[in-house]
Design a protein around this ligand. Structure first.
Ligand code: EZ4
Ligand code: CO
Length: 401
């Protein structure tokens, strides 16, 4: 079952996506998401110029061997561009294997460990009251777990807050610059969660994303302040390049911690997992080496009672979402999956077998991943360069966005 053809499809239905399509000599094809938000064309070139020539003629059934060829054979290891490209190939090969064996990918990964995949939605508002209304709307839609973000008095553009309609941080043109101030943020977040716990059932799972803005001791203070409100998790409380820095947060608070959406390999999180410094690992199929590498992360995490909580924002295409759901349904130590519904234009280009009902998702039982790309529809939405925003402190110092 030789790989006979490989193509990169770049399109912008609602937002930009890069998709790898591999085809075998028998006419089977598989898809892999290769989208790296704000740096898309680097991955497209990595695939077209350097990876595809290595794939033509290879046996599509040898997923692990091709993974190791692309990882070890590059000499230059890891990094988001390399690992996203490897992920795209790996995901497409799992899709092909499923189609070849006439089975949904989750059946190849050990079968279902649960009936469905618990997902969380994104509620947000400029004020606490607006955020309460947004949470109520999510509950009406069936969500059992909701991430809540609210505006910060004195700051005009805050991460996670939609300025009318759908939240999509990447924008055309040069990067937007926002201002950040930690103290007003640290004052309002505990007030938001106090109000949420007063208004909604204690059964509702509540999450919050700090988005890398705090120092470890500030994160410890926030975690402690949120303890009475029993969060499902506090996400990315501090940038995590220095894994040991989480020891400081951990020794101060019992608020569960989730980290890893920007990680691209097991080497970014092995200390966090082995020292049990986090509760949820947020690595995701498209950015962390595909389904094959994600299974290794999950296996290490299982030893240390860390559960998975994969990133699932709209910049991860429906191909990644499908792959994530097959992974989530099958791994024993799954925790939760992020779910931001895609724009209607995205749904027109990518058709998928996965479904949402009662706060749970299911990958469906179509062979492979269960996702198709309509290339004619995609051609109507060309790629347009877009960047994520940046953040500076009030005095102009560059900060983490
Ligand atoms: O900012 O996916 O938890 N979700 C997130 C996302 C990320 C974007 C970056 O491309 O933090 O909203
Ligand atoms: Co996040």
């Amino acid at each position: 079952m030789k790989i006979a053809d490989a193509r990169v499809i770049t399109c912008g239905p609602g937002r930009n996506f890069v998709t790898l399509r591999l085809e075998t000599e028998d006419g089977l094809y598989g898809l892999g998401d290769a989208t790296l938000n704000g740096r898309e064309l680097a991955v497209a070139s990595y695939l077209e110029d350097h990876v595809i020539p290595l794939l033509i003629g290879r046996d599509a059934r040898r997923i692990e061997d091709i993974w190791q060829l692309l990882y070890k054979g590059a000499y230059w290891r890891r990094g988001p561009v390399t690992m996203t490209a490897i992920a795209a190939v790996d995901t497409a090969l799992w899709d092909i294997k499923g189609k070849a064996l006439n089975a949904p990918v989750y059946q190849l990964l050990g079968g279902a460990s649960r009936d469905g995949v618990l997902v969380y939605g994104h509620a947000n508002g400029d004020t606490i009251d607006a955020t309460l209304e947004s949470v109520a709307r999510h509950i009406e839609q069936g969500y059992r777990a909701v991430r809540a973000q609210c505006g910060v008095p004195g700051l005009s553009k805050v991460y996670g807050i939609a300025s009318g309609g759908r939240y999509e941080p990447a924008a055309a043109g040069l990067p937007e610059e926002s201002r950040w101030s930690t103290e007003p943020y640290l004052r309002i977040v505990p007030q938001l969660f106090e109000a949420l716990r007063q208004h909604f059932s204690p059964e509702l799972h509540l999450l919050h994303d700090v988005h890398h803005r705090l120092s470890p001791i500030e994160a410890a203070r926030l975690g402690k302040a949120l303890e009475p409100h029993h969060l499902f998790w506090l996400e990315d409380p501090t940038p995590a390049e220095n894994q040991a820095s989480f020891r400081l947060i951990r020794q101060h608070t019992t608020t569960p911690l989730a980290v890893g959406e920007v990680f691209n390999s097991i080497y970014d999180c092995h200390q966090l997992i082995q020292e049990q410094l986090i509760d949820y690992i947020r690595t995701t199929v498209v950015h962390a080496g595909g389904i094959s590498h994600m299974r290794k992360v999950a296996a290490l995490a299982e030893l240390h009672q860390v559960r998975t909580g994969s990133h699932g924002a709209t910049d991860l295409s429906p191909v990644c979402m499908a792959a994530a759901l097959h992974f989530d349904l099958s791994v024993h130590n799954f925790g939760i999956q992020e779910h931001m519904p895609h724009a209607p234009e995205t749904e027109r280009v990518f058709r998928h077998a996965y479904t949402f009902a009662d706060g749970m998702m299911h990958p469906g039982d179509a062979p492979g991943l269960g996702v198709e790309i309509d290339e004619t529809a995609a051609a109507a939405f060309p790629y347009k360069r877009a960047y994520l925003p940046t953040a500076r402190l009030l005095d102009g110092t560059m900060h983490s966005w």
